[in-house]
Ligand binder design. Sequence first.
Ligand code: NAD
Ligand code: UDP
Ligand code: UDP
Length: 343
Amino acid sequence: VTSSLSSGIFQRRTVSGRVPADLGRRRLRIVVTGGAGFVGSHLVDKLITRGDEVIVIDNFFTGRKDNLVHLFGNPRFELIRHDVVEPILLEVDQIYHLACPASPVHYKYNPVKTYKTNVMGTLNMLGLAKRVGARFLLTSTSEVYGDPLEHPQKETYWGNVNPIGERSCYDEGKRTAETLTMDYHRGAGVEVRIARIFNTYGPRMCLDDGRVVSNFVAQAIRKQPMTVYGDGKQTRSFQYVSDLVEGLVALMEGVHVGPFNLGNPGEFTMLELAEVVKAVIDPSATIEFRPNTADDPHKRKPDIARAKELLNWEPKISLKDGLPLMVSDFRNRILNEDEGKGL
Ligand code: NAD
Ligand code: UDP
Ligand code: UDP
């Protein structure tokens, strides 16, 4: 099935914005940018399982073929090595735009590239959506709220973001991506959706991405101390990846533009998180304090009333239930790494 006529592209316009959950409908062709990454690969699994065609666009900056290798050979799956900063021509029905480094270590590595990915990458995907009449979903972030002065954060809050700091390439990049998304919606009539994702964890996170859950879990497995930055009293809310994927799909298929906060409202200090990791992985695990990074938000917790009401979505998996689900994946990968080093 290669021609645009045989995809759902013309069909979708006749179903007035709603895609039925079963495949009593025409198969959709869906692009997932950043689909070789952590969140993207779980989303791709969901879309393939449901029966649609998926094209992943990824430059493998932080993504890995390993995350998708189980789909190689599936005729409904295609993987393109491509940088979203460059234009691309495709015929598709929906675009999930995830391509962007997400952890502070990775997005600060080349901040100008991070900004270009957010601005030019998003522009290209919106141009594509406009040309073919596809629906476009942006994965924005809770970082658009910066170091928030409102707690918990509602979608109506405009944020408290440092425009010239080390995190700005990501925070301001995503804010610009949201602006572009709304301007293509208002100006060119593109059907858009905006998700503001809060901290998410689960299998397939990069082992070395420096995010707190992956760090603590890997450290506890390796019998190293868990590194708590600052006094450890800053808070985050941690969402299990399958809950996020459900939310992204509900958003894409619903009728509301958003933005919608997608996160788990359970709020933990980093010290509390360390206690949970300790209980789940190793009661003898220890912690070690390290200086904090610049502009670290003091607290973060989503208000998800809007998503509950309009998308009928809320997360189901608590931190205590979700953490064990990533441990076996991490153990296997750490074991493979050690074997690779001849340990
Ligand atoms: P990830 O780093 O695992 O995935 C990002 C993917 O995008 C990778 O596969 C990477 O190779 C690819 N990519 C990066 N730059 C690219 C480019 N220029 N061209 C093509 N591909 C490119 O991160 P993730 O956690 O899966 O995040 C996915 C999306 O969700 C990101 O947009 C991120 O900002 C957003 N988000 C994630 C979280 C979270 O906690 N995981 C929170 C808020 C927002
Ligand atoms: N674009 C793309 N694929 C397409 C259509 C557009 O990559 O199928 C890119 C295009 O190269 C441009 C961007 O998307 O850089 C914005 O496109 P648009 O048509 O909105 O603007 P223009 O080309 O007029 O600047
Ligand atoms: N953090 C920590 N130890 C680590 C990594 C991060 O204490 O090994 C802290 C970090 O200072 C921040 C919080 O955990 O306050 C979340 O950081 P992360 O990089 O996971 O995501 P962020 O929400 O900052 O994007």
